[in-house]
Structures are given as C-alpha cells and as structure tokens.
Design a protein around this ligand. Structure first.
Ligand code: 0O2
Length: 201
C-alpha cells in the first residue's frame, strides 16, 4: 500500500484538475494573442519512495497525514515559461481560482536565493468535494506549483545535480560560478522581455 493510502485516486484527480485549468489558460491566451502563456507543464505525484524519504528527512512518521497535510508537495506542478512576464501572469491566473487558497507564496524571482535560485513558488490548498485524510468533506489537498523561465529551470536542474552529487572537485568554485551564471541568466531574461515588448509595441 502506498503512503497515500485510499487518497491516491483523489490526489490524481486534483492534479489533473489543476493541470486542465492551466491547459485551458494556455488555449485562451493562444486564441487571444497568438502567443504561448507557457512552454510546457510537468505534473507529478511524488513517488511513494521519495515521499517516505522526505518524511524521514523531516523527522515525520511515514503516515498518510504526514504525506498529505504536514508535507504539501505530494502534488507538484512545474510551469516553464519563455518570459518572466508570463510567470507573473500565470501567478495572477492561479490567484483567480475561487475554490482554492494560496497558503504559501515565495517569490524567489524578485528575491533570488543567495545561491542564485530563481522561481515563483505557490502552495495551493484545493478544496474538493471528496473527503481528506483529516476526515473533512469538502476535503483539502495541497499542490506545490513552481513557475519559472526556461533559463531558471535549466539552472535549477544543474544546481540540483551538483548538490546531490558527492565528491565533485572544486565544488566551491562551481558554487561561485553557478551564482554568477544565475545572475547573467536573470539579466538575459530581462533583456528578452524588453525586446519582446519592443517588438510587440
Ligand atoms: P524535494 O525533495 O526536492 O521535493 P523552507 O523550508 O521554507 O526553507 P522549502 O519547504 O524547501 O523551504 O520550500 P521551498 O524553498 O519553496 O522549496 C521547495 C522546492 O523548491 C524544493 O524541494 C526544491 O525542489 C526547490 N528548490 C528550492 N530551493 C532550491 C535551490 O536552491 N536549488 C534548487 N535546484 N531547487 C530548489 P525540497 O524541499 O528540496 O524537496
């Protein structure tokens, strides 16, 4: 039995629902402007193994409640955009969902992390007609959304690889290089945004 127990099918439905809203938003923006709202979406339910590992790492028991309430990233959706403005437009769109509540919002784009990480993070509490692990109906399920540009995403993947790989020679040097590259990419993202505005206007 997975750590999500009987709630796994609801998790899948909640994820599909939020993903479908983002796909509808893409279609609306495309039909109105002829441009993409985003480049692609990656949606996943954290595997049983990763969730159990995270519970252990955070000192939580391996229970349905830990996985669905104490940790809020069982459902993860990443939205990758070409331009920084598109990221903020999607954030506004997500804020318009009236059956959901934003319980955590972290703008690591305006305030990058010291290592150079940039991304917009939202934890969304989705209220559904189905029961949750606390016995509430309507139930609440959480979705972690990470919205960022292609450049930010490429950087995050590389930095993640470095963090989890042991015994990398010159790691300190690489940390500094990654920070420098993150700032350069942010500057390129802004220039791309400006050029797009100049073309469109
Ligand atoms: P996993 O195992 O990857 O899912 P806090 O406790 O408030 O400091 P928290 O809860 O980690 O922060 O939330 P935050 O900062 O919003 O980060 C959530 C996820 O964003 C992380 O998952 C990473 O996937 C990603 N992330 C955050 N910071 C970085 C970073 O510096 N580099 C990269 N590559 N990714 C980052 P977890 O929590 O690590 O768990």
């Amino acid at each position: 039995m997975s750590i999500y127990g009987q709630y796994e099918t609801t998790l899948q439905r909640v994820m599909d629902d939020i993903e479908a809203r983002l796909v509808a938003y893409q279609q609306k923006v495309q039909s109105e402007t002829g441009e993409n709202a985003y480049e692609h979406i990656l949606a996943r339910i954290k595997t049983d193994e990763s969730m159990r590992e995270k519970c252990n790492r955070k000192g939580l028991p391996e229970t349905e409640k830990s996985a669905l309430v104490d940790l809020t990233d069982a459902i993860g959706i990443r939205v990758i955009c070409s331009f920084v403005d598109d990221v903020f437009n999607i954030v506004e769109y997500i804020k318009s969902f009236d059956d959901c509540e934003i319980v955590v919002e972290k703008d690591y784009i305006t305030h990058a992390k010291p290592n150079g990480y940039r991304s917009y993070h939202i934890i969304l509490a989705v209220h559904t007609t189905e029961e949750d692990v606390l016995g509430n109906t309507p139930g609440t399920y959480y979705v972690e959304l990470q919205i960022r540009t292609i450049a930010m995403d490429t950087w995050a993947a590389l930095e993640h690889k470095m963090k989890y790989k042991k015994d990398i020679p010159n790691q300190e040097l690489l940390v500094g290089e990654l920070k420098r590259v993150a700032d350069e990419l942010a500057s390129c993202d802004l220039s791309m945004q400006t050029i797009r505005e100049l073309i469109n206007n």
